[in-house]
Design a protein. Structure first.
Length: 64
């Protein structure tokens, strides 16, 4: 999960080095865990677990 401009996101892998940025509704957190309120939005999706920050920086640099 990455924080960008005050919002939380995850990346979904679409294959062929293509990714989609998805909004995460965060609830309570503690002990390195975070409640994801909209967890049902991520069922059956391939969520990136490593390198999300690098993807965000690549996306940000591409947009500007």
């Amino acid at each position: 999960m990455v924080d960008f401009e005050g919002k939380n996101y995850v990346f979904e892998s679409l294959g062929n080095n293509k990714f989609q940025l998805l909004n995460v509704e965060v609830g309570e957190s503690g002990n390195e865990y975070v409640e994801v309120k909209n967890y049902s939005d991520f069922i059956n999706k391939s969520i990136v677990s490593k390198g999300a920050y690098a993807l965000l920086m690549a996306l940000k640099n591409k947009v500007e």
